[in-house]
Design a protein around this ligand. Sequence first.
Ligand code: 5MY
Ligand code: ADP
Length: 278
Amino acid sequence: MDADEGTHGHGEFPSGTAHLSTQVAGHSCDNKNYSFGLLVKSGRYVLKPVEKEQHGKREIDFYRRVTSTKDPLLLELKALVPEFYGTEILSWNDSRVNYIVLSNVTHGMAQPCVMDIKIGKQTWDPYATEAKRLKEQEKYAVIKQHYSFCIPGFQVYDASTSQFKKFGKDFGKNLTIDGTVEAFKIFFNLSHESGKATLLHILERLKKIVKWFKSQRHFHFYSSSILIAYDAKELSNFPSATVTMIDFAHVYPANGEEDLNYIAGVEKLVELLDSIAV
Ligand SMILES: O=P(O)(O)O[C@@H]1[C@@H](OP(=O)(O)O)[C@H](OP(=O)(O)O)[C@H](O)[C@H](OP(=O)(O)O)[C@H]1OP(=O)(O)O
Ligand SMILES: Nc1ncnc2c1ncn2[C@@H]1O[C@H](COP(=O)(O)OP(=O)(O)O)[C@@H](O)[C@H]1O
């Protein structure tokens, strides 16, 4: 389930790599927009292309800082993000693309269920242009206003029908407030008797993230996501579920201030999941 062999609009995949079939959101392979999408290598590694120099630099700087830290607070953060293995330049026909190499949190999953939840009402950073701010304000507007997060995409292996279902950006952008609750029920396979155990495990991890954010004054995270993943094949084995923070292209210094935007998003997420876990 990790790899789709072959080619796409940019030509053949760089040697040893394939399209990350479990990618549920973010910039996907798109020749028209010069976007390369994420790749998988040897199953274990995810390669994220640096497509905008400044975004890439910010994300790489973030990973380098967190990976090399001895600060106990940042060590706690390190356990909540993918492992970082540096960068690698790969050739796509005429293009040379710089990739950030990370651990693949869906590695080894037979029936991967993955949800990307973008945290915060404010999904633009303090230096965004007026045009970008307006564009971000319009997207997922109702949901972000109500929940302080939005769902750009997810996929689930429906244990009752034995089928994969994929929900993309358009689905997320058209979600209603009640529809969001339903989306989580579908994602967690709550009609299956073991779905609730996965949900409770995820809730514990999310509560750790809230606790960490309340204690830190290092960073403010904009347009960053929480990636939830579990293997539906192991539904009864709930510790296989993971919660990982990803996408650090818009991480900025906190200047001594709490990240209230991010905290509100994770708290609302916990509140919603608590309400369906009863
Ligand atoms: O069209 P763009 O270029 O603004 O793409 C958005 C990205 O902006 P960027 O180009 O990186 O500044 C934007 O990236 P950021 O999170 O702002 O880095 C998102 O990927 C966004 O998708 P969605 O909010 O997840 O649905 C992307 O939005 P849509 O593809 O949904 O419009
Ligand atoms: N470490 C990872 N392991 C597995 N999948 C990942 C990982 N990082 C990202 N992804 C997948 O790629 C998608 C986009 O990642 P993201 O970092 O948000 O990219 P973008 O900056 O293009 O939005 C996520 O929604 C997820 O499906």
